[in-house]
Design a protein around this ligand. Structure first.
Ligand SMILES: Nc1ncnc2c1ncn2[C@@H]1O[C@H](COP(=O)(O)OP(=O)(O)O)[C@@H](O)[C@H]1O
Ligand SMILES: [Mg+2]
Length: 320
């Protein structure tokens, strides 16, 4: 029985918890589709409760649509609104998320717990990751760096040629996502690698909210629709699209219509902002100008939908 495709991890527990979906033994395309449908039905049947508060947000979408930018801006906006926010960088390639957050230095990557990525070949202990409820305060301090109420964790980067694929890091991300248990007033924001491979690995399964960042391109809209389908299959109920980088109202309306047509629920728009592009070039925090107000507004909408507090309202921000 192969363990990679087992969405509920039964294969690594000697089949304990196996729901006999048949995904691990399906050999034909049709067989895989039928098995995946059985697994989707199983996961959805276990997630019929109320949508509940936002605790863990996975930010997804096509490459370059603005996932990391949005994560950084949302993180700052949520901290401003009184939340404690931890950002998890699961992207094995791009190096700049901590700069967008204004956090230096970075903590040690979780990949230190993997033999292949530990500098001296001696992996750090990883038992803590298997605990059922990892609170933000119980994360070993070398893996988390706090700057006030904002913290960052990094899963790791591929640094060398022939270092091998990133699947082991993906497993760490998945385990962390599943077992993290943010407390009242804590929000975890996970910056994912581009595309949908992470959904194939089930990395988002522990999230209660998926934000799909969409840019004005057909590919981005189609991928957003696919992400909606994948996230539903993982039992996630709150899936929302944020439209980014629009330059005019006509394009914004068009993409909104396309998202509706593909049954992706749109929540709001972040227009193209020169200040955001400049910050990306300088490697600084994109926290100047109109973009900040836009993202505070988006944060408010998101918290409203989840019926959560945002004690400092947009009006208070604009009037300050
Ligand atoms: N609203 C925006 N206005 C202008 N530039 C943006 C905006 N959002 C993202 N960008 C730029 O797009 C590029 C890709 O953004 P990034 O956040 O790295 O995307 P991703 O994480 O999805 O790959 C960056 O140069 C970033 O500054
Ligand atoms: Mg990114």
């Amino acid at each position: 029985m192969g363990s990679f495709h087992c969405p509920i991890g039964a294969a690594t527990r000697g089949t304990v918890g196996c729901v006999s979906c048949g995904l691990c033994i399906a050999t034909t395309r049709q067989g895989q589709i039928e098995a995946a449908n059985r697994m989707r039905a199983h996961i959805r049947s276990r997630t019929t409760g109320p949508v509940g508060s936002i605790r863990k947000i996975a930010v997804c979408g096509k490459g370059g649509v603005g996932k990391s930018t949005l994560v950084a801006m949302l993180a700052h906006a949520l901290v401003y609104d009184g939340y404690r926010v931890m950002v998890v960088d699961t992207d094995e390639s791009n190096p700049s998320l901590h700069r967008l957050l204004g956090i230096h230095p970075e903590p040690e990557p979780l990949s230190m717990m993997l033999e292949r990525f530990a500098p001296d070949g001696n992996p750090a202990p990883k038992e803590w990751l298997g605990q059922d409820a990892i609170t933000l305060d119980s994360i070993p301090e070398q893996y988390i760096y706090w700057a006030g109420n904002l913290a960052i964790m990094c899963v790791g980067k591929i640094e060398d040629p022939l270092a091998g694929c990133a699947c082991p890091m993906g497993s760490l991300s998945r385990e962390l996502m599943m077992n993290l248990d943010p407390g009242e007033g804590d929000i975890v924001l996970v910056d994912l690698e581009a595309g949908i491979e992470s959904f194939g690995r089930g990395m988002e399964q522990g999230a209660d909210t998926v934000l799909v960042v969409t840019e004005p391109s057909l590919d981005s809209v189609l991928l957003s629709a696919k992400i909606r389908y994948m996230a539903e299959g993982l039992g996630i109920q709150r899936i929302r699209a944020i439209l980014n980088k629009t330059r005019d109202p006509r394009t914004e309306r068009r993409i909104r219509d396309m998202l509706i047509e593909h049954e992706v629920r749109y929540i709001g728009t972040m227009p193209h902002g020169e200040d955001v592009a400049d910050a990306s070039l300088e490697g600084t925090v994109p926290l100047e100008g109109a973009s900040v107000e836009n993202v505070r507004w988006l944060t408010g909408l998101l918290l409203d939908e989840a019926e959560m507090d945002h004690p400092i309202t947009l009006h208070a921000v604009l009037e300050a």
